[in-house]
Design a protein around this ligand. Sequence first.
Ligand SMILES: CC(C)(COP(=O)(O)OP(=O)(O)OC[C@H]1O[C@@H](n2cnc3c(N)ncnc32)[C@H](O)[C@@H]1OP(=O)(O)O)[C@@H](O)C(=O)NCCC(=O)NCCS
Length: 184
Amino acid sequence: MTSRVSIISADLADPKHASVILEMFDLYMRDPMEGGIAMPPEVRRNLIAGLRAHPACHVFIAYHSTAPVGFAICFLGFSTFNARPLLNIHDISVTPAMRGRGVGRAILEKVEATARKLKCCRMTLEVREDNHVARGLYRKFGFAQSTIGTVKQEFWVKPLTRTRAHPTSPTAASASASTAKAGT
Ligand SMILES: CC(C)(COP(=O)(O)OP(=O)(O)OC[C@H]1O[C@@H](n2cnc3c(N)ncnc32)[C@H](O)[C@@H]1OP(=O)(O)O)[C@@H](O)C(=O)NCCC(=O)NCCS
């Protein structure tokens, strides 16, 4: 099946790509793993312009033949300890009907190829501890919980606005790498 899947680098200046991302992002936000709420109007209004204004944003769309079936939104960061860039997978999603058929893995392969081209030293992401499907995919793909030596690292956050609260993470103070999820 994955032979009919192609992953492209999206051009958000192209209205077709922009609209595909908005539609799939709305579905993604509605997923129970992402909080289960539809995309708020202000996010719909600002998302594409915000991504286009970002200096180091990489967006990918998966197509099955001509139908969009998944996407990833990634941001380039920088590892000071390695003096090399890193690529953070901020959002990744496959449309419900196409899950479990290798699309997620195909998207990760494209992201990794891009990260290698950009000379990144690593890829990063956050995942909920109860997202067993995503964790299974990430583990198989070579991701593991971040550690320094043997000590686990956590993902901490201090909210500065009230615009996007994860209904599933009621307090920022309790958010950690194992409970918070990219896409906030
Ligand atoms: C997570 C997600 C992107 C995976 O995409 P996918 O196309 O379904 O994944 P794949 O078909 O490539 O599956 C790859 C691996 O994921 C795991 N996996 C997939 N479906 C699974 C299921 N139903 N149960 C357990 N593990 C599963 C398996 O390890 C699988 O490898 P295998 O096929 O060799 O057994 C997709 O399920 C999704 O969009 N989920 C909702 C949004 C989300 O949670 N995004 C990630 C946020 S961190």
